[in-house]
Design a binder for this molecule. Sequence first.
Ligand SMILES: [Zn+2]
Length: 113
Amino acid sequence: MTTACSEHGCKGQVPPALEAAHLCILHFTLQIEKASAEMRRETVYGKTPHARQVEIIHYIAEHGEMLARASTSGLHLPDEMKARILNTFLTLINLRENLDRAALRQPIGRTGG
Ligand SMILES: [Zn+2]
């Protein structure tokens, strides 16, 4: 039994690995891209509080894992969708790298101000 994507007007099916997100693969990747762009803007100055950084790192790991599980579960995806999935992985990888780079720009031990 499969559930339908919760995105309005979408008739896509939710793969078991994405049950928690209630989204089809397409809308799951779109959601990640959107959230990542927002987090990228949020973290670009390296002034993100540590707790928030940890939250973002968890988001990246969790969603990367869900996407990996969904895309390798034998769904017979069109090439276009496979390319989109790879691109979304790249977005997550780059977001994580940027987070580390932004953190490095802020000298450790300095509280700012
Ligand atoms: Zn959908």
